[in-house]
Each structure stands twice: as C-alpha cells, then as structure tokens.
Design a protein around this ligand. Structure first.
Ligand SMILES: N[C@@H](CCC(=O)N[C@@H](CS)C(=O)NCC(=O)O)C(=O)O
Length: 198
C-alpha cells in the first residue's frame, strides 16, 4: 500500500496516524507540492482532484483523507473504528464533514496562512477556527469520543490533526480543557504517531 504524502500536511497525517493505530504498513511517497507535482497527469491519475493525501492499494486508488479513513476502516481495521449501526455511522458522517469543512476552513486554513505564507482571508479563517474550537469544546464536555462511542472511531482521527495543529496557527488551545483532555486520550492510544507541531 502506498500513501502519496506531504510531511507537514494535517490531512495526510490523519491517514498516517490511522495506519499506525491499526498496525497497517504503508510506503510513504513524498509529493512535491511546491513543484506542482500534484497537478501533473501522473498524479491526477491517482487522485483527479490533484490533492494529497492519495492512497494506492493494489489497483485501487482513492483521494481525500475522510474517504481513505472509511476505506481503511472497512477493509483493515477492527469494527469499533467504524461501527455498523445507523446512529453511529450517521454521527461519524457528520464529523467527517466537520473535518472537511469547519476544521479545514478554520484552523487548517489559518495555519496555511501563518505557517506557509499562503494568501488567506485571515479574519474569516480566525472566526471559523474559533467557532470550530468552541463547537468541539461543547461536544467533548459531554462525550469522550466524537461519535459518542465508548471507543475512538475514525471521526476522532479525521478531526484531530488539523485541530491539534492549530497551535501552529497561533491559536491558544489551553483555553479549551475538554479539547485538551481529548488530545491526551488520542495521544495515549497504542500506536499513536505524532508529526512536527503535534
Ligand atoms: N478534502 C481533502 C483536502 C485535501 C487538501 O486540502 N490537501 C492539500 C494539502 S493538506 C493539498 O493537496 N493542497 C494542494 C491543492 O489543493 O492544490 C482531504 O481532506 O483530504
């Protein structure tokens, strides 16, 4: 299995972290975003969206961190990572959407601007980031894991990196105790894998 990867990407890290947690070996293939490698036909044949992360598992190819987590969980992981009951799957879908929307357009975008100098609407990204952090804090005050399960699911892994990396974006995460406790629970999982900034 190959993961087309960028070391400092939170979206790639959610896949690296999950593979590590489930003990699944992977070959990391670095993609040079600065050189525009992800927009070349060879890469678009793997992920037509021209973005990392992108997975190759034999002949099967898949882009998008959330989609990859669903695939890996169904194919390789214990059922508790992606339980089959309708309620939990509905909740997980909601949090995967949060990862791709609120977490991406808030903390991840702010980090892109502040750490990598990409042009962003700083005020908008900051407001979205704070709103995402407050939503998570309220939820995690009531629940240990995002999908309201007794064990972690792919919802936690999808949301965690871009939120925990918000310190890189200059956000003060110490003001969110329930969020900090959730970070600690994730970091205590067997097979946990960090990255620069985490
Ligand atoms: N929805 C995608 C977003 C992936 C994404 O934004 N990837 C970034 C790196 S973190 C990327 O490839 N950016 C280059 C581009 O979009 O051109 C996911 O969650 O995987």
């Amino acid at each position: 299995m190959k993961l087309h990867d960028v070391t400092l990407s939170g979206n790639c890290h959610k896949v690296r972290l999950f593979l590590s947690l489930i003990g699944q070996p992977v070959e990391l293939v670095p993609v040079n975003l600065l050189a525009g490698e992800h927009k070349q036909p060879a890469f678009r044949a793997i992920n037509p969206r021209g973005q990392v992360p992108a997975l190759e598992d034999g002949e099967f190819r898949l882009g998008d961190g959330q989609a990859i987590l669903v695939y890996l969980a169904r194919r390789y992981a214990e059922a508790s990572w992606y339980p089959q009951d309708a309620e939990t799957q509905g909740r997980i879908a909601g949090w995967l959407s949060f990862a791709a929307n609120e977490a991406q357009h808030g903390p991840a975008t702010l980090r892109l601007g502040r750490l990598f100098g990409r042009p962003i609407d700083e005020e908008l990204a900051q407001a979205r980031a704070l709103s995402a952090l407050r939503t998570l804090e309220r939820h995690l005050t009531q629940h240990a894991w995002l999908a309201e399960t007794v064990q972690p699911t792919i919802a936690d892994i999808a949301v965690y990196p871009n939120v925990a990396l918000a310190g890189d974006a200059g956000l003060e995460l110490g003001a969110y105790p329930a969020l900090q406790a959730w970070f600690a629970r994730i970091r205590a999982l067997p097979g946990y894998l960090g990255m620069p900034g985490l």
